[in-house]
Structure formats: structure tokens, C-alpha cells
Write a protein that binds this ligand. Structure first.
Ligand code: ZN
Length: 755
């Protein structure tokens, strides 16, 4: 039988016994039922100081069966296996085997049955709360009981124990100091215990009966490090909120190490020594400042430690450690403890660099302690720079070693700043290199192998072309030749190590019939020959990029295709901002540890930047708006021929050191305003990007050297740093970078462009 039908029958029985009385006789109360105001929907009356409700209204509210036996004047109401009975002229309600006394009992008023609301409804398992000042009555059926709130996992989790999980919401106040958990249809257990209020936290429980919910409000003097994403999980009988670890203690331990302790696991920190100062920056991601203890008294190497929450999105805690003169701090080899809750540093020994030598493609030196050399290639003139931190030069280390070699011209050593030794290998041409470390007899031996070899050989296709892409680790002499009978493309590379058998070569398909390699000697020089034997041949073009280290041979797929210059955009004149996304097409640029190719974020950021500038009423032109190859010279030509006002080239950085990171902006002195332009843009970037500020630098990158207008090149972040690689793959980061660059450009134009 349907509920509705059942109710109709009940109604008929009742209607037979009493007359209908249309006027409501409500008492002066507002009544909420499960969060809904039902005052207008039910009839109530006060009798003998007790609130009575019309039986039919209550039955409808509770979806109950109602039975009236006129002969006995007996009313029965039944719902969910609970049955109550009342008789006229009796003040008792019978519930199962109990009889509960009320003040008024069952009353027949104007031929309608009324019964005591509170006692009846409690019998059905509902709760009542009366707020006298507001004359408001709240009725709801709690579905869960909260018994305990406690800290777990060393304060990194808050556990709310409850019978059952009902709908809930977690709200974080704007200042981050208040966290509210709203739980629907919940009540507090009689033996509820608050185990979280302490010096730092205060719990307030607020009943919101008109919404039939309970609020647990947690307040703190500091930001509550609630994990916005993934911060809540449900157990069978508890709701668990996770917090980010907080800084707990900074102190010098008995073994004279400097320990940074947090309440939970600390991710890898970014450590940077500021040049020409006694300061080091330790950036710890996903840790919140909290209530911490700082105890660095009585130590000989740390002068001062500044702690601040560098940013909240992303969460970064920054320690700025100032060391005493001639002292430094370095991470212990195993600087995280087993639980990963502590980072440890020791007073650094200055490493002494000795026995620098070079022989047949190998540069060698030894040091008294482990170092993480930072290396990078610079192109004008070609040189490899090796920065050795916390190091000093041994007595035998001369300023310059002149060499008579086909690869290296000389090796120079210098003190870069008071804690860094810089080695510079002056190269004949840009060359691939590999650095390795070996430990023996208490020394650390480092070898830098200079050698050109193939780093990748691949093939891809477009509608008209089959591309052969060859990349070399360094810039060396090579020639691309075409032979017939059979048709073949030959690449002869001088002084390269033939490692082709170690690489994955493309399949023989399309125009490729076979790929093979051989070695031979020509006029005393070693040549590695890579041969693509072809099924058919029509025509080809050779493209080169990255100082010639990337070679692209585009083979036409039929006779109708004429290999052409890459597409050049038609450019309007004047007041134009050229945005140059670095690399593209077969030239990926730098490649991150998880495979992100630099050309992709470069283009994403460039496109967003153009969009934002257009919205701001500026004219912007992209040198490339898709994943195509464009030579450096063409990029410069686009800017110069269109008489553009500004030029911005977007790149991402890479270095042989996973921890290095940050944003840097380059300019060249070719236009007098380039430095100023760089300052305006970099000022926005370093303040708001949330990564390390590597400053403004002057260099000879082709695109900023030969453009005739103020021009800059931005290395937005480091692909070689796994955390920054992740940022570079995020559209949010692309937008953030683009917005900041646009802000800088507009600032510059306002002050210097007469706009
Ligand atoms: Zn680049």
C-alpha cells in the first residue's frame, strides 16, 4: 500500500470521528523541521503550558500512520516501528511498554485531536531545541553523533569521530586562521571530548538548529595549514582533515649540526647561496610557519636565521641563514632523517680544488669534499662554465692553462665570489660534455668528457615532407650530402664518437629504405658517416638550429612539393610588440626530466601573452604561433623588418643541477633601453612568480643581440628542476607568467613609450 493511500484511509477514519475546523489556531512559535520553517503548515496550540500539535499534521510531518478508535477515544500513531498511543482525558503517552506523563495529554479541540509535540516527537527519535529568546523551536532527527575530536599523526591530522558520515563542508577563512567543519544532522555526544584545544588552537562547537547542522570551528593565532586539495578523507567512523607540516624547531644539535624540524614530512628544499654575501636561502615547499622554537645560541657558524612564509600559493617556507665570516652551511649528505621530518646542515668545509689538468678530450680535477658542480654552455664565445660552490683554489691551480687542442683553447680558473670557484673551458666550438665523479683515497675526482656524439636520430612526417631529425651533443663540423645510385642522404660528422648503435634509430618506412653508419678518416680527421638510403627521391632542404646541433632534413614526398622557406608572417608596422616563442618544430629546446620539451611552454606562454596584450589594446605579433621551426635569423628579421617597438623572447632554462631554479631576464646592450625594459618586466616576474629571483643578466643571445629595438629574453623557470618542470607544464603557470610579462611591458610603455 502506498503511503499516500494509507494516509487517505487514516484521514477518512479521523474525519469520521471529528469535524473539520478550518481556522488555524497557532501558538506564537516559529517551528523548524529538519531545517525547514513549517510554522505555516501545521496547527499548534498551547494547553496547560504545553505545546500541542494537530495529530494529522504531525502524522504528515513524520510520514506516520494514524488510527482513531472513536469508541475508546484512542489515538494510535505509528512510524518506523515506533508506535505511540494516547487516550482522551489521559495525560499519558504510551510508548512500547512505557507510559510517559505529559501536562496536557491528548486534547480534542474543535473536533480535532491535538497531542503534546515534544514528547511525541522525541518518542520517534527526533531532537527538539527551543530558543526561548526567539520563540523558535527546532525539530530534527540527528543521523550522527560526534564523540571526539583529536589530533593524529603528530598534529598533522585532525580526526572527528562520528557514528556515520553525513553531508559536510569544510570552510577556510580568508586569513587562514579559522577552519569550520559543518556537519549536517549531527549532534554532540554526551561524553564528547575536545582533545584539540591547546596553546595554538581553540575549538568552538556551534549548534545551528535552524539548518539542522553542527559547526566545529577551529581557530588559531596562526594560519591553519589545511590542505585545500585532498585535505579531507572519510573513514568508516571518522572524518579526517589533513594539514601541511609546520615548522617546529630550528636548533643546533649536540653534534653541532643545524636541524630544521617540521611536524611532518618535508619535501626537498631549494638551497641557494647568495653571491657575495654570507647568506643562504633555504626554500622549503609545502611547509607552513606554525609555532616554532628557534635556538641557535652558542654556535660558531650561524649568525642569524630569518624565517618567513614566502608564499601561500604555492606554499613555500623561506629560511634566510646568515653565517659568520668565513663560515658556511651545507646540507649533510643525507640531510633528511628517516621520517623525513628534519633537514640537517653542517658547518661547511671549504673544498680545495687541486690537480686541474686536460688531456685528449678530458678535463680532470680533484677536490677534498663532495661538490655538485653547476655547469652551463655559453655560445659567444663558445665556453663551458663550471661553478664549484663552497670551494677554494689549491696553491697549484693556475689562472689559465693554454692548450693546443682541436676542442679546447684554454682553461681558466677564477674565484667567482667568496664561496665559488669558477672553471671556464674555452672551446673551439660548442661541444657536448659529460661530467662524472669518483671517490678514492679521501678525494673526490671529477672528469669532464668533451666529445661530440649523436644524441637523437628520429623521423616524422607532414603532408608534404618526411623529416629526418638528427641532433648532436655539440657543435662540430659536418656536411649533408646527396648521392645517387641508389639515392641516399649522407651526413658526415667530424670528430664525433660513433654511438649510433646505442640509439633508437627510426624504422625503415616511407622514403627511408635503410639507415647505416660507418667511420673513416679524411685528411687525418675522424669522420662518422650516417647514411639514409632512400626508396625514392624528389628534393630536400636542410634546416639547422641550436648553433647547428640540431639538423633537419626535409625530404619532399612527391615532385609537386618545392621545399620552401618556413612561413613568414605578414607584419604590420609600428607600435608593435614582437613575442618570440623560443625553439619549435624539430628543435625542442631543453628537455625536462619527465620529458617536457621547452618549445611547448614557450609557445603557450607566448600565445597567452599576445592575447593579454591585445586585450590591453596593444598590437602583438608572434614569430611563430604553432609548433614550427624558425631560424634565429628569421625571428630577428621579423622584428627588424616590421619596425617593431619591443621584442620579447620566451624560453625556459636548463642546467646540470636539479636543485637550481628561478626566473631570469636577459638583455643585450645593442639598444640603450633594453636594460630598462628588462628591469620593468623582471620586477613583475620576480616579485610574484613564487620562484627564486636569479636577476637581470646581460648576454649575447642572437635574438636580443641583433634586434634593433629594446629586446629581452626571459628564462621563465628551469626545466631541469623537476618542481619547475611541473610548473612549466601547468596552464595556470603559463597564464601567471604571461600576465606578469604583460604588466611589465605596459609599465615600460607607460613610462617610455609615450602611452
Ligand atoms: Zn631556450
Amino acid at each position: 500500500m502506498s503511503l499516500k493511500y494509507r494516509y487517505i484511509i487514516t484521514f477518512i477514519i479521523l474525519a469520521a470521528a471529528v469535524f473539520f475546523w478550518s481556522k488555524s489556531i497557532n501558538a506564537q512559535n516559529t517551528i523548524y523541521f529538519n531545517g525547514e520553517n513549517i510554522t505555516e503548515k501545521i496547527s499548534t496550540v498551547n494547553v496547560k503550558d504545553e505545546l500541542l500539535v494537530k495529530a494529522t499534521d504531525l502524522a504528515e510531518m513524520l510520514d506516520a500512520d494514524l488510527k482513531w478508535q472513536p469508541a475508546l477515544k484512542l489515538l494510535e500513531m505509528e512510524a518506523d516501528d515506533v508506535k505511540i498511543k494516547l487516550m482522551a482525558n489521559s495525560s499519558y503517552i504510551q510508548i512500547k511498554n512505557d507510559a510517559i506523563r505529559t501536562k496536557a495529554g491528548l486534547q480534542l479541540i474543535d473536533n480535532q485531536a491535538y497531542l503534546p509535540l515534544a514528547k511525541a516527537i522525541e518518542a520517534f527519535g527526533y531532537l527538539l531545541e527551543f530558543q526561548r529568546d526567539k520563540e523558535e523551536l527546532y525539530i530534527f532527527q540527528p543521523e550522527t553523533t560526534i564523540s571526539n575530536v583529536s589530533w593524529q599523526e603528530d598534529g598533522n591530522q585532525l580526526q572527528i569521530e562520528m557514528d556515520e558520515i553525513t553531508p559536510y563542508r569544510v570552510l577556510h577563512s580568508d586569513d587562514g586562521k579559522e577552519l569550520t567543519v559543518e556537519i549536517d544532522k549531527a549532534e554532540i555526544d554526551e561524553e564528547f571530548s575536545d582533545n584539540i584545544s591547546n596553546n595554538n588552537y581553540y575549538l568552538k562547537v556551534e549548534n545551528v538548529p535552524d539548518k539542522a547542522l553542527l559547526r566545529l570551528i577551529i581557530r588559531s593565532r596562526n594560519s591553519i595549514p589545511f590542505k585545500i586539495d585532498g585535505g579531507v578523507y572519510e573513514k568508516e567512523d571518522a572524518l579526517v582533515l589533513s594539514f601541511l607540516p609546520q615548522l617546529k624547531k630550528l636548533h643546533i644539535k649536540d653534534d653541532n649540526t643545524f636541524a630544521v624540524e617540521a611536524t611532518g614530512e618535508i619535501p626537498d628544499a631549494d638551497i641557494e647561496y647568495l653571491p657575495n654575501s654570507q647568506k643562504m636561502i633555504i626554500d622549503i615547499p609545502s611547509v607552513v610557519i606554525g609555532e616554532y622554537e628557534l635556538d641557535i645560541k652558542e654556535n660558531s657558524f650561524i649568525k642569524n636565521v630569518d624565517v618567513k612564509q614566502h608564499s601561500l600559493d604555492p606554499v613555500i617556507l623561506r629560511l634566510e641563514v646568515e653565517t659568520e665570516d668565513d663560515h658556511l652551511l651545507q646540507p649533510l649528505n643525507n640531510y633528511k632523517d628517516q621520517k623525513n621530518n628534519t633537514l640537517s646542515f653542517k658547518e661547511g668545509e671549504k673544498t680545495v680544488i687541486r690537480d686541474l689538468a686536460y688531456e685528449s678530450g678530458q678535463l680532470r680535477f680533484k677536490s677534498t669534499a663532495h661538490i655538485d658542480p653547476e655547469t652551463f654552455l655559453l655560445s659567444d664565445p663558445p665556453r663551458l662554465v663550471i661553478n664549484l660552490f663552497n670551494a677554494q683554489r689549491g696553491e697549484d691551480l693556475s689562472d689559465e692553462i693554454k692548450l693546443d687542442d682541436s676542442m679546447l683553447k684554454s682553461i681558466r680558473t677564477a674565484r667567482f665570489d667568496d664561496r665559488t670557484v669558477r672553471l671556464v673551458a674555452d672551446l673551439e666550438d660548442l661541444t657536448g660534455y659529460q661530467i662524472s665523479e669518483k671517490q678514492q683515497d679521501g678525494y673526490f675526482y671529477y672528469t669532464v668528457d668533451f666529445q661530440n656524439k649523436f644524441s637523437k636520430v628520429s623521423s616524422d612526417e607532414t603532408a608534404d615532407f618526411q623529416n629526418l631529425n638528427i641532433s648532436l651533443t655539440g657543435n662540430t663540423d659536418y656536411e649533408v650530402k646527396k648521392f645517387t645510385h641508389p639515392h641516399r642522404i649522407v651526413i658526415d660528422v667530424k670528430n664525433a664518437y660513433n654511438n649510433l648503435n646505442e640509439l633508437d634509430l627510426p624504422e625503415n618506412n616511407g622514403l627511408i629504405k635503410e639507415i647505416r653508419s660507418s667511420n673513416y678518416e679524411l685528411e687525418g680527421e675522424k669522420v662518422t658517416r650516417l647514411v639514409f638510403e632512400l626508396e625514392e627521391y624528389f628534393s630536400h632542404t636542410v634546416n639547422k638550429s641550436d648553433e647547428g646541433r640540431l639538423i633537419n632534413i626535409a625530404l619532399a614526398k612527391n615532385a609537386d612539393v618545392t621545399p620552401d622557406e618556413p612561413f613568414l608572417m605578414a607584419a604590420p608596422k609600428n607600435n608593435l610588440i614582437i613575442i618570440d616563442a623560443g625553439h619549435g618544430g624539430f628543435d625542442p629546446g631543453a628537455i625536462g626530466h619527465s620529458g617536457l620539451e621547452e618549445k611547448i611552454p614557450n609557445l603557450e606562454i607566448a600565445k597567452k601573452l599576445a592575447e593579454i596584450l591585445e586585450e590591453e589594446g596593444q598590437k602583438a605579433l608572434l614569430t611563430r604561433n604553432e609548433d614550427t621551426f624558425l631560424s634565429l635569423q628569421k625571428r630577428v628579421n621579423i622584428a627588424n623588418e616590421s619596425n617593431a617597438e619591443l621584442f620579447v623572447s620566451i624560453h625556459a632554462n636548463s642546467i646540470n643541477n636539479k636543485t637550481a631554479g628561478g626566473v631570469e631576464t636577459y638583455y643585450n646592450g645593442s639598444h640603450k633601453d633594453s636594460r630598462l625594459f628588462a628591469e620593468k618586466v623582471h620586477d613583475k616576474l620576480y616579485r610574484s612568480l613564487g620562484i627564486i629571483d636569479r636577476g637581470i643578466k646581460k648576454d649575447n643571445f642572437y635574438v636580443i643581440k641583433y634586434t634593433e629595438m629594446p629586446s629581452i629574453l626571459i628564462e621563465t623557470a628551469f626545466l631541469s628542476n623537476p618542481k619547475e618542470e611541473k610548473l612549466l607544464s601547468s596552464p595556470d603557470f603559463h597564464t601567471k607568467v604571461a600576465v606578469l610579462i604583460a604588466d611589465g611591458i605596459i609599465d615600460y610603455l607607460r613610462e617610455n613609450g609615450g602611452r
